[in-house]
Design a protein around this ligand. Structure first.
Ligand code: SAM
Ligand code: SF4
Ligand code: F3S
Length: 443
């Protein structure tokens, strides 16, 4: 489809995002770029002239969900359908051939979606999937918009891509090689965000602990320290950490800076050394326990969350029991649990699956039930604690209450109003209902 200049005027866009925080961040950058190119945001998909799906390929289910949304949207012939992100990279050409999208944009070029739409309108070019360095676009074009719901929070991508090639994982193929952005640029960007009203940032990378290894820049813990020293930033989160590269120095920096979140996301994946080896994870359960002991010693009060996969090819009942046992011993605050999903092109794809879908689901349910119990016990353990909460929104249940997160990233409801949003408030935890802490304000 080729449109003339008058057709380009006043076009409204709507973005639907699938997948991880990287994609959430990319969607915000895309929106900034679209606005800079003269497009405006539509309140709903129905009102939009351009519907953008920023997609994920990590599991089959994620792709199927996105594909059915794209197919449903493509029925309306007056809208331009754009498919961006990881699934675009993996099967974008097929999507174009099926005629369910007008434009395909891979992760290297997602941040310049507005410019690529202009190019599409003027030249008709429809596929942008290059993984050449010259086509790669860094992630520094967004400043907080007062209109955005989370105006005080910004994602800061510090690395793009991944070269760890965990045997099950599609990310290295769709996102490409590890690219660390220069530390000086990252710090200037955080300063710009702080001076534009941001008070909370999340440093993002598939394995933040590998920061600088490709470019010879400073190590991650130094970058974290520099970020913590930026005036005006009152809370710093970082994801994701990889046990093979996680360092004691990182914990020491967290200990020394009260504005760094004490919630650490450290994917374990399995409690069986045999399975960890088959997954190409390059650490043992003993090493993981060692990191947890360091956290206890250096931080004392901290929260630990993880990712776990059940049903990796060859996982026996005994391997699975080891995962359950490790969950019991470590007592994660939260665990994101997944049934193994074979991804074409990954090392594990050729391995024979040893469990039926029902067996995987049954293991997954057992794991989820155990973790739910532990998560609740850990929340109850917070009662009577004094904490600081960054307020995020008016509570869904009452206009006289607000909700936010503690430095351990536990969700909390407390008395308050819209003036508190984006600000830090001191509280004492008084009770737990469901998965939420309730608190009273303290001076
Ligand atoms: N880079 C992070 C790491 O090293 O753990 C996270 C990568 S991935 C985007 C998020 C989680 O999805 C992984 O930690 C893993 O538990 C899960 N995952 C990735 N590939 C999967 C697959 N093929 N089947 C099931 N779960 C998968
Ligand atoms: Fe995937 Fe492993 Fe890279 Fe994480 S570290 S993105 S799980 S390959
Ligand atoms: Fe994230 Fe999914 Fe891509 S988890 S990196 S959006 S494959």
């Amino acid at each position: 489809m080729k449109l003339d200049c008058t057709q380009r005027m006043n076009k409204r866009f709507f973005i639907e995002t699938f997948g991880c925080q990287m994609n959430k961040s990319d969607s915000e950058l895309m929106a900034e770029n679209l606005r800079a190119q003269g497009f405006s945001a539509a309140a709903t998909e129905e009102d939009a002239d351009i519907v953008i799906f920023n997609t994920c390929s990590v599991r089959n289910h994620a792709e199927n969900r996105a594909l059915s949304r794209i197919k449903a949207a493509s029925v309306r012939k007056d809208q331009i359908i754009v498919v961006a992100g990881c699934m675009a990279q993996r099967i974008g050409t097929k999507i174009i051939d099926e005629g369910i999208a007008s434009l395909i944009i891979g992760p290297y070029q997602t941040p310049i979606a507005g410019e690529l739409l202009q190019l599409f309108f003027s030249s008709g070019q429809r596929v942008f999937l290059s993984q050449n360095t010259k086509d790669f676009h860094p992630r520094f074009n967004g400043v907080p918009s007062v209109k955005s719901a989370h105006f005080w929070h910004r994602w800061v991508t510090i690395t793009h891509g991944c070269e760890n090639f965990c045997a099950y994982c599609i990310v290295p193929y769709v996102r490409g090689k590890l690219i660390s952005f220069p530390s000086a640029t990252i710090v200037s960007y955080i300063e710009l965000l702080a001076s534009s009203g941001a008070s909370e940032i999340t440093l993002l990378g598939q394995n933040v602990n590998q920061y600088g290894q490709d470019s010879g820049d400073i190590p991650f813990f130094r970058l974290l320290e520099k970020a913590a020293n930026v005036h005006g930033i009152s809370k710093i989160n970082f994801l994701t950490s990889h046990p093979k590269d996680f360092s004691r120095e990182t914990l020491e920096v967290i200990r020394d800076y009260p504005n760094i979140s004490r919630a650490i996301h450290l994917p374990l994946q399995s409690g069986s050394d045999r399975i960890l080896c088959a997954m190409n994870r390059h650490y043992t359960t003993a090493h993981y326990y060692h990191i947890i002991a360091d956290m206890e010693r250096i931080l004392g009060d901290y929260a630990i969350s993880t990712d776990l996969i059940v049903g990796f090819p060859g996982e026996t009942e005994e391997d699975f029991k080891m995962t359950l046992e490790m969950v019991r011993r470590i007592r994660f605050d939260e665990a994101f649990t997944y049934a193994y999903s074979p991804r074409e092109g990954t090392a594990a794809f050729g391995l024979e699956e040893t469990l039926s879908a029902d067996e995987k689901t049954s293991r997954l349910n057992e794991l989820i039930a155990l973790q739910r119990e532990i998560s609740r016990e850990k929340l109850i353990h917070r009662i009577d604690r004094r904490e600081e909460v960054l307020v995020e929104a008016i509570s869904k249940k009452s206009s006289e209450e607000v909700m936010g997160k503690t430095f351990l990233n536990h969700p909390v409801v407390l008395p308050g109003g819209s003036d508190d949003i984006g600000h830090m408030v001191k509280v004492k935890i008084v009770k737990v209902i469901g998965n939420t802490l309730y608190a009273e304000r303290i001076p």
